[in-house]
Design a binder for this molecule. Structure first.
Ligand SMILES: Nc1nc2c(c(=O)[nH]1)N[C@H]1C(S)=C(S)[C@@H](COP(=O)(O)OP(=O)(O)OC[C@H]3O[C@@H](n4cnc5c(=O)[nH]c(N)nc54)[C@H](O)[C@@H]3O)O[C@H]1N2
Ligand SMILES: Nc1nc2c(c(=O)[nH]1)N[C@H]1C(S)=C(S)[C@@H](COP(=O)(O)OP(=O)(O)OC[C@H]3O[C@@H](n4cnc5c(=O)[nH]c(N)nc54)[C@H](O)[C@@H]3O)O[C@H]1N2
Ligand SMILES: [Mo]
Length: 749
C-alpha cells in the first residue's frame, strides 16, 4: 500500500481507495467514481468521487450499499464441494481448499475431454459484468471448447443490437453522444448538445446501461435537449418529453417503419449523406411505403398524428440522437427494430457527428473473441449453432442459447457433460422456462458455479462452488460498452480482502495455467490487464491507468471519412460494401429478409385471438428498478426495504374490473405457466398492458429443493416459453407476452 499515492491514501484511521465500480455486485460499465473507506479490513463507507468526469460524485443507492453487500453474512468465502447425488441439498456442502478445487476441475475436464471431446464442456456468463473477456478466455483458451453462451432465450440482450449494428453500420455500438469522451464534458468546444434525444424502449435513469450514465440525459435536458420517448409506460422521462409515443408492446418495427416512411416521403432525409454513404435506399423507400402512419397507428395504438409529428421533429433536429434499450432485443421482431433504428440515424445524417450517435470502431479486439484463436479449426467448427444460426454466430462468439438446452436433452449432435457458470443465475433470472433448464443442468455430470452467494441456480445444480471477490476486493478495468465503444476507461482498485475470495480473472488465470499453460503467459492479473488495455487500444499500462484513475480516448468524429472506422484503414463503414446497409446483403444468405419488416408478436390479441380471450392482457416484464440489479441484492436490507416484494404494475381501471386493489397478491398466468406478484396500481401503464418485475427470489426461504429459495413462486419467466425466437435466433417474448391476472389467496407460502 503506497501511502499518499493518487489512488490510495490515509485519512485518519481509514485507508481510502479510489476506484471505479463495475461488478460484482452487478452494474453496467459506467465506471462510477468511488472512494472506499476501509478500517481494520472492513469497508465502512463509500463516497462519490467528484473528480470522475462522467459521474462527478453522483451515486446510486446500490453503490452506497456496497459495505452491506461486501460483508453480508450469507457470502460464501471458501470453495465448497457437494456430491452430485446431493444436488438441491443445502446442508451437504463441504469446505475445501482452492488447490483441491482447481485439481478437481482439471481432473474432471481431462476425463470429459478424453471421453466426449472438448465440446462437451460449456460455459455460461450472465450480463455484461467484467467477464466479457474472462469467460471467453476460459472457454476457448483453457477448456478449448467452442461453446459459451449467455442464457437468455433468444440472446435477448445487447448482443442482438450489437450484431445488427455490425451488419448494418459496420460499427461497434452506437450510443448517444453525452460527451463522456471529453474531460470537460459538455463544455468541450468539439461538442454540441443534441436538439433531440429519441429514448427508445429504455429506462436509462434506472438502468445506466452498458456505459451510458443515465443521468446525463437530464444534464442534456438542462442544456436544451428535447425528448421523444417510445415506451408503453409513462416513465419519468416520458412525462417530460416533447413527444411521448405510448406503444403497444412488441409493435415497434411498424412504428419505426412509419417514421422512416414520413421522413422519406416528405423529403426530410439527409440526401447527401444517403447518396454518399448508404446502400439500398430505393428498396427501403419501397418497403417503408407499406407502412403509412395510418397503418402503423392501427398496429401500434399510437395515434397517426403523433407518429408523423415525432418523425418530423426527429428529422428537423440537428443533431438528433437515439438511445435504444432492451425492449429492442426482447422481441422476436427485434432484429428489424434494431435495423430500423440504425437506418433512422443514418437517414438523418446523425452518425458520428457531435451530439449525434457516436460509434464504436472495428479496429480493437472485442473481449468476446479473446482466446478464440486458441481453438483448433476442427473444434471451432463444432460450435453449436454455427451453421443453423449464422445471424448469431457470425458476429458473436457464442452459441445460440436455447439450442443448448435442446442439445443437453437430445445429446445431438453430441453430448454435453459439464458446465461452468460465471456471473449468472439462470434459474432465477435470464432463462425462459426455468424449470426446464433446471432439469437440463441436472442431467450433466459436473457443474461449477462462481458466485458470491448461494443462489437458486447454485443450490439446484452446482457441485463445486468457487467464491468470487466483489469489485472492492480486486483489480480490474472498466471499459464502456465492453470495449465496443470506448468512451471512458477506469481502474478498479482492490481495497480489501474478504475470506479466500478470488476475482474471476484470478480464477481464469489459475485454471488456464493448469489446463493450457502456453495460452496463459501472464504471471499476474496486472500483466493480464496490461494486455487487456492493449486490446482496447489504450496506450497505457494498468499501473499508469490506476495512477491516473481513468482515461478518455482521443475520440474522433466522422471516422468513416478518415478511415478510422474500419480495420483496413479504408474510409467508409466496416460492412461488406463499405456503406451503411439499409439492405443487409448477408441476411439473404441467412434466409432472412434483407430489409426491415413488421411481424406481430407470436402471442398477441392479433396473432392469437383465441388464446387472448383467455389471456386478455399484454405482458411486458423487467423494467429496471432503483434497488436491484437483476436477481441480486434481495438479501441487502436497505435495498429490499425499497422494493420488498415482486411488483406487477396494473392500470387502476383494469384492476377495478378484476376486483384487485393496490397491494393485493395476484396470480399472473398464461398457457406456459404462472407466478404470484403483488399488484401495484398505477396509471403509468396502459389499461391493456401489465408490467411484471423479473429476477425475484427469496434468500430468506428454504434453500433446498424443491423450494430453492422460492425461486419459482414469483418468477415471471415461468410464463416465457423456451425457444420462441426470431428467424435469426435473436429475440424472445420477455417484453411481448399475453397473460391474465387474478387475485391470489395471499403471499407465496
Ligand atoms: N422476464 C425478464 N427476465 C429477464 C429480463 C427482463 O427484462 N425480463 N432481463 C434479462 C436481462 S437483460 C439479463 S442481462 C439477464 C441477467 O441475468 P444474469 O446475468 O444471470 O443476472 P443475475 O440474475 O443478476 O445473475 C448474476 C449472478 O452472478 C453473481 N455475480 C454478480 N457479479 C458477478 C461477477 O462479477 N462475477 C461472478 N462470478 N458472479 C457475479 C450474482 O451474485 C448473481 O447470482 O436477465 C434477463 N432476465
Ligand atoms: N438498476 C438496474 N440497472 C440495470 C439492470 C438492473 O437489473 N437493475 N440491468 C442491466 C441490464 S442487463 C440491461 S439489459 C439494462 C436494460 O435497461 P433498459 O434498456 O433501460 O431496459 P428496461 O428497463 O428493461 O426497459 C426499458 C423500457 O422499455 C419499456 N418497454 C417495455 N416493453 C416495450 C416494448 O415493447 N416497446 C418499447 N418501445 N418499450 C418497451 C419499459 O416500459 C421500460 O420503461 O439495464 C441494466 N441496468
Ligand atoms: Mo441485459
Amino acid at each position: 500500500m503506497s501511502e499518499g499515492s493518487a489512488w490510495q491514501w490515509q485519512e485518519g484511521d481509514y485507508t481510502v481507495t479510489r476506484t471505479c465500480g463495475w461488478s460484482p455486485p452487478g452494474q453496467h460499465p459506467v465506471g462510477w467514481g468511488l472512494d472506499l473507506y476501509v478500517k481494520d479490513n472492513k469497508l465502512v463507507r463509500v463516497e462519490g468521487e467528484e473528480a470522475q468526469p462522467v459521474t462527478q460524485g453522483r451515486l446510486g443507492i446500490q453503490q452506497l450499499e456496497l459495505p452491506a453487500y461486501v460483508h453480508h453474512a450469507d457470502r460464501i468465502i471458501y470453495p465448497m464441494r457437494r456430491d452430485p447425488k446431493d444436488r438441491g441439498r443445502a446442508d451437504k456442502w463441504e469446505r475445501i481448499t482452492w488447490d483441491e478445487a482447481f485439481d478437481m476441475i482439471v481432473e474432471k475436464t481431462r476425463a470429459i475431454q478424453a471421453e466426449f471431446g472438448n465440446e462437451a464442456i460449456f460455459t455460461i456468463l450472465g450480463t455484461g459484468r467484467d467477464l466479457w473477456h474472462t469467460v471467453p478466455m476460459l472457454t476457448f483458451a483453457a477448456f478449448r471448447s467452442p461453446n459459451f453462451f449467455y442464457p437468455q432465450s433468444g440472446w435477448s440482450c445487447y448482443g442482438p443490437r450489437a450484431a445488427i449494428c455490425a451488419f448494418s453500420l459496420g460499427a461497434g455500438y452506437p450510443e448517444i453522444d453525452f460527451a463522456a469522451q471529453f474531460p470537460d464534458r459538455y463544455d468541450n468546444p468539439k461538442y454540441t448538445v443534441p436538439e433531440c434525444i429519441l429514448v427508445y424502449g429504455k429506462a436509462p435513469l434506472e438502468s445506466n446501461p452498458d456505459g451510458l450514465f443515465g443521468h446525463s440525459i437530464i444534464d442534456m435536458m438542462k442544456r436544451g435537449s428535447k425528448l421523444i420517448v417510445v415506451d408503453p409506460r409513462a416513465t419519468w422521462l416520458a412525462t417530460r418529453a416533447e413527444h411521448f409515443l405510448q406503444v403497444r408492446p412488441g409493435t415497434d418495427a411498424a412504428l419505426l417503419l412509419a417514421m422512416i416512411n414520413v421522413i422519406i416521403e416528405e423529403g426530410l432525409y439527409d440526401q447527401e449523406f444517403v447518396e454518399k454513404w448508404c446502400y439500398g435506399f430505393s428498396e427501403l423507400r419501397e418497403r417503408a411505403r407499406e407502412y403509412p402512419p395510418s397503418r402503423a397507428a392501427e398496429i401500434t395504438w399510437v395515434p397517426e398524428h403523433q407518429i408523423i409529428a415525432a418523425a418530423r421533429f426527429f428529422a428537423a433536429s440537428k443533431p438528433a440522437t437515439v438511445s435504444w434499450g432492451l425492449a429492442v432485443d426482447q422481441n422476436p421482431n427485434g432484429v428489424q427494430v434494431a435495423h430500423s433504428l440504425c437506418i433512422l440515424g443514418a437517414l438523418t445524417g446523425n452518425l458520428d457527428i457531435p451530439g449525434g450517435i457516436v460509434l464504436g470502431d472495428m479496429r480493437g479486439k472485442p473481449g468476446p473473441w479473446w482466446g478464440f484463436e486458441q481453438l483448433p479449426e476442427e473444434i471451432a467448427e463444432k460450435r453449436l449453432g454455427l451453421h443453423e444460426w449464422p445471424g448469431v454466430t457470425t458476429i458473436l462468439s457464442t452459441t445460440q442459447p436455447d439450442m443448448v438446452l435442446d442439445v443437453i436433452n437430445t445429446g445431438k449432435p453430441y453430448p454435453l457433460k459439464m458446465s461452468f457458470t460465471m456471473g449468472s443465475n439462470p434459474l432465477a433470472c435470464p432463462s425462459a422456462a426455468p424449470q426446464q433448464w433446471e432439469e437440463g443442468f441436472k442431467k450433466l455430470d459436473f457443474n461449477v458455479v462462481c458466485d458470491l452467494f448461494q443462489t437458486p441456480s447454485s443450490e439446484a445444480y452446482c457441485d463445486l462452488f468457487l467464491p468470487v471477490a466483489s469489485y472492492a476486493e480486486k483489480d480490474g478495468i472498466v471499459a464502456t460498452h465492453y470495449g465496443l465503444l470506448v468512451l471512458f476507461i477506469g481502474a478498479i482498485n482492490k481495497a480489501l480482502q474478504v475470506g479466500e475470495c478470488k476475482s474471476d480473472d484470478e480464477i481464469m488465470l489459475e485454471l488456464g495455467k493448469r489446463l493450457n499453460p502456453e495460452a496463459f503467459p501472464w504471471d499476474s492479473v496486472e500483466e493480464l490487464l496490461d494486455w487487456e488495455l492493449e486490446g482496447y487500444l489504450v496506450p497505457m499500462t494498468f499501473k499508469e491507468l490506476r495512477q491516473a484513475g481513468w482515461t478518455v480516448p482521443n475520440y474522433e468524429y466522422r471516422k468513416y471519412e478518415t478511415g478510422s472506422q474500419t480495420p483496413t484503414g479504408d474510409p467508409g463503414f466496416a460492412t461488406t460494401n463499405g456503406r451503411v446497409q439499409f439492405h443487409i446483403d448477408v441476411f439473404e444468405m441467412f434466409g432472412e429478409d434483407p430489409l426491415p419488416y413488421y411481424k406481430e408478436p407470436p402471442y398477441s390479441p392479433v396473432s392469437t385471438p383465441e388464446l387472448s380471450k383467455e389471456y386478455p392482457l399484454i405482458l411486458t416484464t423487467g423494467a429496471r428498478t432503483w434497488s436491484y440489479f437483476h436477481s441480486e441484492q434481495r438479501q441487502i436490507p436497505r435495498l429490499r426495504e425499497i422494493n420488498p416484494d415482486p411488483l406487477v404494475e396494473i392500470h387502476p381501471e383494469t384492476a377495478a374490473k378484476l376486483g384487485i386493489i393496490d397491494g393485493d397478491w395476484v396470480w399472473i398466468e398464461n398457457m406456459f405457466g404462472k407466478c404470484r406478484q403483488k399488484a401495484r396500481l398505477t396509471p403509468i401503464t396502459m389499461p391493456d398492458v401489465v408490467m411484471a418485475q423479473h429476477g425475484f427470489w427469496y434468500p430468506e426461504k428454504d434453500a433446498s429443493s424443491p423450494s430453492l429459495f422460492g425461486v419459482y413462486e414469483s418468477n415471471i419467466n415461468n410464463l416465457i416459453p423456451h425457444f420462441v425466437v426470431g428467424k435469426l435466433g435473436f429475440g424472445a417474448t420477455y417484453k411481448c407476452q399475453i397473460c391474465k391476472v387474478y387475485k391470489a389467496d395471499g403471499a407465496p407460502a
